[in-house]
Design a protein around this ligand. Structure first.
Ligand SMILES: C[S@@+](CC[C@H](N)C(=O)[O-])C[C@H]1O[C@@H](n2cnc3c(N)ncnc32)[C@H](O)[C@@H]1O
Length: 217
């Protein structure tokens, strides 16, 4: 049944938070592979004693994926999560701030990860947030983003969108649930515009979703 999907998508929901871990893997079959890629990049950019922000930390996926490197490098992780319902289910090394990442008082850091987060942040707040992260990122560090990007125009864009639908259906999600979730996301989840990624380099792509990295010099 589809009842756990709110009419207007929100993470401020116990029903959504309870389903999150399973749902994200059904919805995005490459979720664990992309997590592995982010964890690898964190290993590449986090210096000994380094500091990392996991922005939109949800239930702690990124923190758990980098627990070994946090351990060996004596690194410090701060997760930032706006929804208390998600924060209640957060399990990860480090500490969690239940806060809006757009208003957060950042300290200098080495790596910031925004894994499937920016697409849920209102458009007008995205550029100021990325600018603040660039400002506080220490030389040698990086800002790592994985997010939805705008569809290509024309038949290829439609074909790539159909790939997204096909992979969800192959993961066992019903077409009714796929359509209901898509409509629920209207106005809440919006892809990243290219101009935001000026200075970033693409390191991963699966259809509509892509990974980008900005390196601090
Ligand atoms: C798709 S989930 C992110 C998944 C997570 N990074 C992972 O590795 O599984 C998006 C998360 O971003 C959070 N979020 C959205 N806007 C936020 C904001 N302004 N500040 C902090 N967290 C935010 C949501 O509450 C939600 O938990």
């Amino acid at each position: 049944m589809t009842r756990w999907i709110p009419d207007d998508w929100t993470f401020h929901s116990d029903a959504v938070a309870d389903r999150f871990e399973d749902h994200v893997r059904e919805s995005l079959p490459w979720y664990d592979l992309a997590t592995f890629g982010v964890a690898h990049l964190v290993r590449c950019y986090l210096p000994p004693g380094g500091m990392i922000y996991d922005i939109g930390a949800s239930t702690g996926n990124i923190g758990r994926a980098i627990s070994d490197v946090l351990d060996t490098r004596d690194g410090d992780l701060v997760g930032i999560e706006i929804a208390p319902e998600m924060a209640d289910r957060w399990e990860s090394p480090g500490t969690l701030a239940v806060a809006d990442a757009c208003d957060y008082d950042y300290e200098p850091f080495d790596v910031a990860v925004l894994f499937l987060t920016l697409m849920f942040i209102p458009l007008r707040k995205r550029a100021p947030l990325l600018n603040r992260l660039r400002e506080f990122c220490r030389p040698g560090g990086a800002v790592i983003v994985v997010d939805k990007t705008p569809l290509l125009p024309g038949y290829l864009g439609a074909s790539i969108h159909r790939l997204t639908l096909a992979q969800k259906r192959a993961a066992g999600i019903t077409m009714a649930e796929i359509a209901e979730k898509e409509l629920s996301l209207s106005g809440v989840q919006r892809p990243l515009d290219d101009y935001l990624l000026d200075g970033f380099t693409e390191w991963l792509r699966v259809g509509e979703f892509a990974g980008h990295i900005w390196e601090a010099t």
